[in-house]
Design a protein. Structure first.
Length: 479
């Protein structure tokens, strides 16, 4: 008999339907048991994107200097920024096509092919000796790294409501691990022939000083590719006899974005990405700027300690706080509550500067021991609350899994969400740093104009996260 896209009724069904949120899933709708080997492969694959993106950061300026593109050292940042940005731009272009392709040819093929291409392009960068070969190799790496949303799509398909409250937060830890490993490998293994001349002065690494970190990262990629080939099963459902033919055909981009929940999630995720990226940029600028000019006047190593502590707090939240929240609170409400902390976070930063201004010792020009303890306590509180605001990245994947408009378009749905996240991330650093600089130089709102503007943008973002809650409530009432 004909069915609607969501529910099919017949005479054998009870008239009163159970609530979708509270009723246990039927055995037929359950995914197969979660295999730890598949989860391990997905977690390892999660490391690869940030690993490949960040491994060039420690040596890219030195690399550009060696190309002799300019005699003015102040122009080095322009060229290194182009090489760094081309990866992200190419990835942004490729994200949605890769995700849509996975709905047609399968997740496993897209993942394996993407990781293989990432390996080759990373090695090509290691042997690059001109600006344009470096640009091309990084651009190719970005294109192959566009399959990033396919990995969480597989995770959606192998998890069930019973285990997703732990698995998704655990999976989220591996992205920051890649962010740490990349600079560590790039910084320690670049120019290895200069660091250890007795061992490497006649080796290929003397001619190509940045090849070794690229080879190590490519080895990580190849391990991921082989592991995926051996251990990762195909999860795209090709045989769905209980669904209409219309449900088995992947939806177009226009059809996906016409869905109210996908529109709400993409809009909210775009604002979330802008705000979180802006905080990462502005927090470092705020800490580095002198107290007199509206900052905290911290040294580089102190900023590094703050960021390291922040990373550890984030990991603890993902492991211990997030699973409890997901089990205790409706996912849409939890998403909205976490997003809602950002307006307060930005307004708390100027309070730290005001405290530092009044607590500074006039004679020494620095903070006393007690004042420093109080200031660092305030910094810890701000970072603690800010890390709550990063939790929605895990929740929005769960919301896509639950409210995906078509079972055959889960990959495209995740890809569309990731596209909007990356789109905001591409321009947020520039916009937020410009706002901070102009506010400090013009003394806009006593130099705190940047905090007011970013807080206002965050408040606007809560409007879209609130729409996610409303749409979720509407769908539960209809079900």
């Amino acid at each position: 008999m004909p069915c609607s896209s969501a529910i099919c009724y017949d005479e054998t069904q009870p008239l009163l339907q159970q609530n979708e949120e509270n009723s246990p899933p039927s055995p037929a709708s359950q995914p197969p048991g979660l295999r730890l080997s598949q989860l391990a492969v997905l977690c390892f694959l999660r490391i690869l994107d940030p690993l490949n993106f960040t491994q060039i950061f420690p040596y890219i300026n030195e690399f550009v200097l060696g190309l002799h593109l300019t005699e003015d050292s102040s122009q080095v940042g322009f060229y290194s920024g182009m090489i760094e940005s081309v990866f992200a731009l190419a990835q942004l272009i490729a994200i949605y096509p890769w995700s849509s392709l996975s709905d047609t040819v399968g997740r496993r093929k897209v993942i394996i092919f993407g990781v293989f291409g990432l390996s080759i392009s990373t090695i090509l960068f290691g042997v690059s000796q001109t600006f344009w070969t470096a640009m091309i190799s990084r651009g190719i790496a970005g294109l192959f790294s566009g399959n990033v949303p396919v990995v969480p799509t597989v995770l959606c398909e192998i998890t069930s409501p019973e285990n997703e409250s732990f698995v998704f937060p655990f999976f989220g830890i591996f992205w920051p691990i890649g962010m740490v490993l990349g600079p560590l490998i790039g910084g320690s293994l670049s120019n290895i022939a200069l660091k250890y001349p007795t061992l490497f002065h006649r080796s290929v690494f003397a001619a190509y000083p940045y090849l070794l970190p690229c080879l190590v990262v490519a080895a990580f990629n190849l391990i991921g590719m082989v592991s995926a080939h051996i251990l990762l099963n195909e999860t795209r459902k090709t045989d769905m006899p209980t669904l209409d033919l219309a449900d088995t055909k992947p939806l177009s981009t226009q059809e996906l974005f016409a869905d109210p929940m996908m529109k709400c999630l993409c809009s909210s995720a775009s604002f979330l990405s802008f705000v979180t990226t802006a905080f990462d940029v502005v927090f470092v600028l705020f800490c580095y700027t002198t107290i007199e000019k509206g900052g905290l006047g911290l040294e580089n190593n102190q900023i590094g300690y703050a960021l390291a502590i922040s990373g550890m707090v984030s990991g603890c939240f993902q492991l211990f706080l997030m699973p409890k929240l997901l089990r205790a609170v409706d996912h849409a409400k939890c998403y909205h509550l976490c997003v809602a902390v950002w307006p307060a976070v930005f307004l708390m930063l100027p309070v730290l500067n005001v405290f530092a201004r009044y607590a500074i010792d006039v004679e020494s020009g620095s903070l006393g021991p007690r004042a420093r303890v109080k200031l660092w306590t305030g910094i810890a509180v701000v970072l603690f609350i800010a890390k709550v605001g990063f939790l929605p990245y895990t929740i929005n994947t769960l919301l896509v899994k639950r409210y995906n408009p078509s079972p055959s378009s889960l990959g495209a749905s995740n890809g569309l969400l990731q596209f909007f996240i990356c789109l905001s991330r591409s321009f947020s650093p520039f916009v937020s740093s410009v706002i901070f600089t102009i506010s400090a130089e013009t003394n806009l709102f006593m130099g705190y104009g940047w905090a007011l503007l970013l807080s206002a943008a965050s408040f606007w973002g809560t409007y879209f996260s609130g729409r996610v809650v409303n749409e979720s409530k509407r769908r539960r009432e209809l079900s």
